[in-house]
Ligand binder design. Structure first.
Ligand code: ATP
Length: 210
């Protein structure tokens, strides 16, 4: 089944605040949408809603095809937020094993992720000892350990150095070539072709899709 995201008439609230109003867009297989807009405009809120963490105030989010139910979102998407979902007191190898087992990966896919993300030299360290960029690389491993068509990424490049930004860009392009789709919040343009979905303040009454 070719995966797609279809958002119709979507409004999202955070507390009392209407952040996103009547938003419409689609993302198809092999497409990357770069989510842009000022700090606090609602990029994280939208990604979290796409991941199924918060219900819409109005409108709908469909992931999969028209017959898909909500459970399909969780099992077919990877959400990578600002906060790394890592346990600080585990060693890196323990954290990777935990995530691999939890997500349903294999020893082979784990080893491949370790190699691709150059985590070998970090395996014996406790997660708490890692730098911000190293933690991000550890978090990215889950994208490679278990194949899921939908990647929802919140500023994934921000803590990475130049070399690892290029590595992640390559991972994202490979995912798109395999027919996956990506929605990615960014402040700087990605180094490959994307469509831009620029959020502007809902109170101005305008959501720009271009
Ligand atoms: N309980 C609340 N009530 C009202 N507004 C809230 C509440 N919690 C958060 N907000 C507001 O909701 C918005 C959350 O925005 P979000 O984190 O989605 O923005 P973003 O576009 O990802 O920003 P950034 O580029 O800084 O990461 C912010 O403007 C914040 O001030």
């Amino acid at each position: 089944m070719p995966f797609a995201i279809r958002v119709e008439g979507l409004s999202l609230k955070k507390g009392y605040k209407l952040l996103i109003s009547d938003l419409n867009f689609e993302v198809g297989p092999g497409e990357c949408v770069a989510l842009t807009g000022a700090n606090g405009v609602g990029k994280t809120t939208l990604l979290r809603a796409l991941a199924g963490f918060a219900p819409p105030h109005a409108g709908s989010i469909r992931i999969g095809d028209d017959n898909s139910d909500d459970s399909i979102v969780a099992s077919n998407s990877h959400y990578l937020g600002h906060a790394e979902s890592l346990s600080p007191s585990r060693r890196v190898d323990q954290e990777l094993s935990f995530q691999c087992e939890y997500l349903g990966g294999t020893a082979g896919s784990l080893a491949e992720a370790v190699g691709k993300l150059r985590l070998n030299s970090l395996l014996d360290l406790e997660v708490r000892m890692l730098s911000a960029g190293q933690k991000r690389r550890l978090s990215l491993a889950r994208l490679l350990m278990v194949e899921r068509p939908v990647w929802l990424l919140d500023e994934p490049m921000s803590p990475l150095d130049t070399e690892h930004r290029a590595l992640l860009a390559g991972m994202m392009q490979a995912h798109l070539s395999d027919g996956g789709l990506i929605v990615c919040a960014v402040h700087d343009p990605l180094p490959f072709e994307t469509r831009e979905l620029r959020l502007t303040r809902a109170e101005v009454g305008e959501v720009v899709y271009g």
